[in-house]
Write a protein that binds this ligand. Structure first.
Ligand SMILES: *Cc1c(COP(=O)(O)O)cnc(C)c1O
Length: 385
């Protein structure tokens, strides 16, 4: 018996080949940029020698009750989690004074922001958001095949530099607009707006346009005029608010976010939700974390304290620090930005370059613990010397 002739290898089909076959929105899409490859850097430097201030993580970690809840959930790893996430939703409903039917859980709020685009925007329709708005707004719009209407931000010299220009955003809403994304406070600028500005803005948006308020940092905002859109939800049924357990709750590793809106909006979103999108240990941990308000308050107070101290220390070094209500600060380094950033990486200090956002002369620095911030400043002093 003769051996069959070996099959000729197929030609290599590269990314461009497959992209040409993707739906039009995906053809132009650039994948989310998570910053530096931290896994590789940890291997290179050793975790203890790195100062990781690139991803706005909470240096204090979650409530001990969250860790305990995860351990307690491990006996049920062979079971599917509660597909409704009922216990966590009830705890969230109590906390925020809303109905359980007004809440949708997501595998991170990133998933919910993407899904909002998929559900409410489509080809030949428009999604409006600000320049320097959170990167996922553009991803979501393009993935849905919709058009992006990017509104110029406030100027660098404004009191809220590069912040959302709410009047201009409202003015950009047109006949094809289905969705508006607003982040308050915003990432990567750290900027925010107050209650009066929020109400004046929402008054200008036609009721058939859905306004997504991304409030990933709301728990950390302590400016006297800051107000979450959750406070005005009853007055504006077209508003949907996203929150996350990744930042103030210190549970970024679990990937849980939630959406609060009208029950009807939640029901339509639920049609596209993946079954069991939030895993069992995560559901248990988030419910426990919600029950530990002391830990949340403590972590937010430490953050506010360190944010002020870090901003001051950077300003003393002659750097321009943008105002922030978050757990990071955007800092202007000017023309030397790439060199400074690279020199800091070489010293094991990992920050987030901002070229992808069109802010190539700035670096976003997460507010670390007192020790991390001290190590950052020491490295920075070497680099700037
Ligand atoms: C970090 C962040 C999120 C969300 O993160 P998840 O971890 O996906 O919940 C959403 N919006 C903004 C503005 C953020 O900075």
């Amino acid at each position: 018996m003769s051996q069959p002739a070996p099959l000729a290898a197929a030609p290599a089909f590269d990314e461009a080949w497959f992209a040409a076959r993707a739906q039009p929105g995906v053809q132009r899409l650039k994948a989310y940029d998570p910053g530096h490859d931290l896994v590789a850097l940890r291997r290179q430097y050793g975790e203890a020698h790195l100062v990781e201030l690139g991803s706005n993580e909470n240096p204090y970690g979650p409530s001990p009750a969250a860790r305990a809840a995860i351990l307690d959930s491990l006996h049920a790893l062979h079971r599917y989690p509660d597909p409704l996430g009922g216990d966590l939703k009830r705890a969230l409903a109590r906390k925020h004074g809303v109905e359980v039917g007004q809440i949708l859980l997501g595998n991170g709020s990133h998933e919910l922001l993407m899904q909002l685009g998929q559900v409410f925007a489509g080809p030949s329709e428009e999604v409006v958001f600000s320049r320097y708005g959170f990167a996922v707004f553009a991803l979501s719009t393009q993935a849905a095949g919709a058009r992006m209407r990017i509104v110029e931000a406030l100027p660098r010299e404004a009191a809220m530099p590069c912040g959302h220009d709410l009047d201009a955003i409202a003015a950009a809403v047109g006949a094809d607009t289905k969705l508006v994304y607003v982040a308050n406070p915003n990432n990567p600028t750290g900027t925010w707006f107050g209650r009066d500005a929020l109400v004046a803005f929402l008054d200008k948006i036609p009721a058939h346009v859905i306004v997504v308020m991304d409030e990933a940092y709301a728990e950390m905002a302590d400016a006297p005029d800051y107000a979450s859109a959750l406070n005005v939800l009853d007055r504006y049924p077209n508003v949907a608010v996203t929150r996350t357990f990744s930042k103030a709750y210190g549970l970024a590793g679990l990937r849980v976010g939630y959406l609060i809106a009208q029950p009807g909006l939640i029901a339509v979103m639920d049609r596209l939700r993946e079954s069991f999108n939030v895993n069992g240990p995560a559901l248990a941990a988030c419910e426990a974390a919600l029950g530990d308000e002391d830990h949340l308050r403590w972590a937010c107070a430490r953050n506010a304290e360190q944010r002020g101290a870090l901003a001051e220390a950077l300003a003393r070094r002659g750097l321009r620090v943008f105002p922030s209500q978050t757990n990071f600060v955007l800092v202007e380094f000017g023309a030397r930005t790439p060199q400074v950033e690279a020199a800091l990486v070489a010293r094991g200090v990992i920050l987030r370059p901002m070229g992808g956002y069109g802010l190539a002369d700035c670096i976003r620095i997460s507010v670390g613990s007192a020790d991390e911030n001290r190590r950052l400043l020491a490295a920075l002093d070497e680099v700037l010397a």
